[in-house]
Design a protein around this ligand. Sequence first.
Ligand code: ADP
Ligand code: MG
Length: 699
Amino acid sequence: MENQPAKTPDQIPVTVFKGVGPRVAERLRKLRIESVQDVLFHLPFRYQDRTRIVPIGSLRPGQSVTIKGEVQLSEIKYGRRRSLLARISDGTGSITLRFFYFNASQQAGLARGRHIMCFGEVRRGPATLEMIHPEYHLLESAEIEQMQDSLTPIYPATEGVHQLTLRSVTEQALAYHNQIKEWLPEEVLAQFSMPSLGDALQLVHRPPPDTPMDVLEAGEHEAQQRLAFEELLAHHLSLRQLRAEVQIKPAAVMTLAAGKNGTLQDKLLQNLSFTLTGAQQRVIDEISHDLRRPHPMQRLLQGDVGSGKTLVAACAVLQAVEAGWQAAIMAPTELLAEQHYRNFCQWLAPMGLSPAWLSGKLKGRQRTEMLERIHSGDAGVVVGTHALFQQDVSFNKLGLVVIDEQHRFGVHQRMALLEKGRYKDLYPHQLIMTATPIPRTLAMTFFADLDSSSIDELPPGRIPVTTVVMPDSRRQEVVQRVHEACREKRQVYWVCTLIEESEVLQCQAAEDAAQLLSEALPQIRVALLHGRMKPAEKEATMLAFKDADIDLLVATTVVEVGVDVPNASLMIIENAERLGLSQLHQLRGRVGRGSTASSCVLLYHAPLSASARERLAAMRETSDGFEIARRDLALRGPGEVLGARQTGMQELHIADLQRDQALMPMVEKAADKLLRDYPERITPLVRRWLGDVTHYADV
Ligand code: ADP
Ligand code: MG
């Protein structure tokens, strides 16, 4: 026992700390804290300055400060809400403390003449400056209490784990800060003149009183940047490593006997009324090349709304089928999946192929039949929703999976799908298509395991959509505009947006709008489309719209992705201020698909918030998907853009993809160096930041 090597901080459990028994340890586990090292990497997200007392006379609204003074007056006010008010003065000025929740003893404690110290945010009140529900404690005398000797860190907490616990635990863990292994090579640290890991951790957990608060709050202190750099590096490396692992797995080689493209693909292209754009052809070649390699393709296909991704997917699918493999196309919504199904049925019929269809809503005998066709291999092409990868679905010989419009499909899902789609020891090829262009920083942090292709050209003859923004007080004019468009035999979408986070209410809004519009426009054929209609009804409505038997389609945002009716050239979006930029861009992409000039009217309900104003302005100013994505990222931040929560994608602790973009080139260089010269450091570095990433979630 004596001679065992000393344990390193990643091997020592948190239970060594005072105050951490099994109960607290269990709760800390919820914050993914198990070892001493984990504690040190549980980083504050804010700070408070309790190192000094600020004179009340110098306070400004917005500051979070510690003050000290004497209670001059305390009283209960019965206004709109009952509240306890206490006026505090320190000789330089006075401020009101306001409590909405309080008990009798609190009230008694805040008696006139008592000395009090409190911490809180200063706000402008009706009469004086105020603090609402400050933290405070009563003092025995006017004596100064001992102040904190560092800025106070505020940690992400969870139920049953309070700031005080976290402060105590980090305090104890900091004794180990110099034993944490430095995985960054000396030359990298020197090259970018970064502080050592130990120093950075010490500073971030307990910043000295003179550390500039604004720099810290912005996350721009060199210690924070040092950690952000390491975190981004860990994410990037984990994907690079994963990519390397996938790159050596075996996959089906899909070579074609006849010609470069294969006979099926030639046939498909011959039957089209148009020719491929140069960009489509280039991307099809890239994919085709991947499919001939004996390792799984892992390719991200980016192309703006309307750039013709579906056809590219169809070419890939035909290469798989011709080489004797099954291909699956998965879409995120029922509506989009149905539309792909129809497209594929139409495209593939001349080749004698009949795709199978599978969605969660398919039940009973039809489902059994489809499962059988998929299992026996009778269906070479299968189209559907997520239901494609449920337990009871077994493919005969799956070789290619196409995932459409799924920027929410994270690395976990990609890996799970790879496993699930296995045929013997061969892994399927994956093509992931997205209309949301992914800025480079995001791509390097979350998609570095993928190759990327981009369709950077729209089919010829597309006329940019004109976008106008109008208050809904001018609705009558808009209805008139719809009328005129329909008279000119153009078709129109009228989109009703989410009123609350409730599909029922959204459908209700669409029903009401459809009712009102049919009354206002009796000569016009109006139909309704929403998520709560039966699949057959939805399908019939979509078909009727496609066949121009409907002039005006009133819909919820179910039409957001993928819907393709080229003759529709006017879109009205109600309450557009409620939608995010990329959602608006997707919706608007439903028009401007034909050869007539299209327009989009964004109706809003005044007053507009500042960010809504920016979104609508962005929509009016640009129709470039990359520009929209850039602005979206700036407005919403990467977590929202990627839908991190939905995919269980790891959130960043300290890095911020927007703020830290400038670090990315350095991250890439450092990653190259580690991969080349220090491969053994990669696993512990990744584990430190991402935890155990070998277990992937289900598809
Ligand atoms: P997205 O990239 O948004 O998924 P789609 O695949 O739905 O775009 O294609 C949009 C429309 O453009 C469809 O009607 C499709 O048939 C048509 N299209 C695709 N490629 C071309 C092309 N090269 N020339 C003309 N029209 C095309
Ligand atoms: Mg599409």
